[in-house]
Design a protein around this ligand. Structure first.
Ligand SMILES: [Zn+2]
Length: 127
């Protein structure tokens, strides 16, 4: 297991998920170091934020400019669960595509490593 994945797992323990009880953690490696995130739910479900976006937004808020690698872990996913249930959601894939190079590696605990281009082919981008 990579050091970044371990940090993602540790961050997942802090998830605020009283509704789904599904803890997720993420860690991003940037030019300013590593930033972590967890899922943060809300009674108004549409306001929930995923671990990946929490980590990326924290890094942005701190001033990070280069995003190199991301690891994500669904702590409550069964080991034999389908890989799809451990993958970043569509919203996170779009946010990842905004900040990472197309060949950056996204490590998904229990599912493998994927490039950004694999996760979101033909991403919508304006820059
Ligand atoms: Zn997501």
């Amino acid at each position: 297991m990579s050091e970044l994945l371990q940090k993602a797992r540790d961050a997942g323990k802090n998830a605020y998920c009283p509704y789904s009880n599904f803890h997720v953690g993420a860690a991003v490696e940037t030019d300013l170091g590593v930033f972590v995130g967890c899922n943060v739910e809300n009674a108004s479900y549409g306001l929930c934020n995923c671990a990946e976006r929490t980590a990326i937004f924290s890094a942005i808020a701190a001033g990070a400019k280069e995003f190199r690698r991301l690891s994500v872990s669904c702590l409550d996913a069964a080991e034999n669960a389908a890989s799809n249930s451990k993958m970043p959601c569509g919203a996170c894939r779009q946010v990842i595509a905004e900040f990472f190079a197309q060949d950056s590696v996204i490590e998904v605990d229990g599912a493998g490593e994927f490039t950004v281009a694999q996760l979101l082919p033909m991403a919508f981008l304006l820059n």
